[in-house]
Unconditional design. Structure first.
Length: 314
């Protein structure tokens, strides 16, 4: 079973405008709708669209809890397994007016008792499971999260981590199955400026050498993605030059979902990376997250190239 975990999910309120937003005046939207948000939830939704059963962990509470759960009911293959808390699940506003503007809330406080309840659920996972920890982690929970992830790895769980670089750095010695990061976050993890593609690739290779089995990096603007695995370093193209994207929200999460779905079937990191890139592209050119039909439309044209040293092999 694939299990995702989002510590701080959000009820995302989307508002679409015909004209750019103006400060200091009333802006009236033309369309409004809600979606269940959060990086781990994005992974769960794309897995659902690929017909892969998965379980969603995290914290939900307050007056927004029941509505959030109701939004997930349309996804047949997602099994909600949230820990309920007293604080209210946050509401984020996503304004689309030519360009996306996001107003994100901080979210509720997580108590020690809340965290222990989540840890108990994760402790029941075993060698047949994949655990995806994705999204922001409050600093006051970092020690507990690291302990939880280390325990899962010791139990044979394949752990995927996409969170703050400080936690990624602490987890490398435990050899997680997959680290997902961005070029900007990788610079924080490496504690140095990465001012070129070659520098990003070198830093990703170092993360692999430091303990991660697979390292997946989306480059600035998510134009490309890079995978470092036992077979070498590979680059895939997510966006086509000159083609207008719909939204980049969830692109990286979609790559992770596609990678995991394909890896369960093939145990091939390179082919899984290719399929993950198809999922990322499908999300970038869709209103919402990738669907199977949209993913399949990218499959034949998606190519990945092996990188030798710091230059692509010809």
């Amino acid at each position: 079973m694939i299990c995702t975990c989002t510590l701080n999910p959000s009820l995302d309120y989307y508002m679409e405008f015909e004209k750019p937003l103006e400060a200091g005046v009333m802006n009236r939207s033309q369309l409004e709708y809600y979606e269940a948000g959060g990086k781990g939830i994005n992974v769960s939704i794309v897995l659902n669209n690929l017909l892969i059963p998965n379980r969603a962990f995290g914290f939900l509470g307050g007056f927004t809890k029941d509505f959030y759960i109701s939004l997930l009911q349309k996804y047949e293959y997602i099994q909600p397994n949230f820990t309920y808390i007293e604080g209210a699940t946050r509401i984020n506003v996503k304004a689309r007016a030519g360009q996306d503007t996001e107003l994100n809330a901080a979210g509720p406080y997580i108590t020690d008792q809340d965290m222990k309840a989540l840890e108990a659920k994760v402790s029941r996972l075993g060698e047949a499971d994949i655990f995806v920890f994705s999204g922001n982690c409050p600093e006051y929970l970092s020690d507990e999260v690291v302990k939880m992830l280390e325990g899962a790895i010791q139990d044979g769980v394949r752990v995927v981590i996409d969170t703050h670089p400080a936690i990624l750095a602490r987890m490398l010695k435990s050899h997680p199955f997959l680290i997902k990061t961005t070029a900007a976050e990788l610079a924080q993890l490496a504690q140095q400026k990465l001012d070129s593609g070659d520098a990003v690739i070198a830093a990703a290779r170092q993360v692999k050498a430091d303990g991660a089995a697979n390292v997946l990096v989306t480059l600035n603007g998510s134009q490309d993605a890079v995978l470092v695995c036992d077979s070498g370093t590979y680059r895939g193209r997510i966006l086509d030059d000159g083609r207008k994207t719909v939204s980049m929200v969830g692109t990286g999460d979609s790559i992770v979902a596609g990678f995991l779905m394909n890896y369960l079937r093939t145990s091939d990191s390179i082919d899984s990376f290719r399929f993950g890139c198809c999922c990322g592209s499908a999300t970038a050119y869709s209103k919402g997250l990738a669907t199977r039909e949209k993913i399949d439309s990218f499959y034949e044209q998606m190519k990945v190239e092996k990188l030798g040293g710091t230059q692509a092999e010809k």
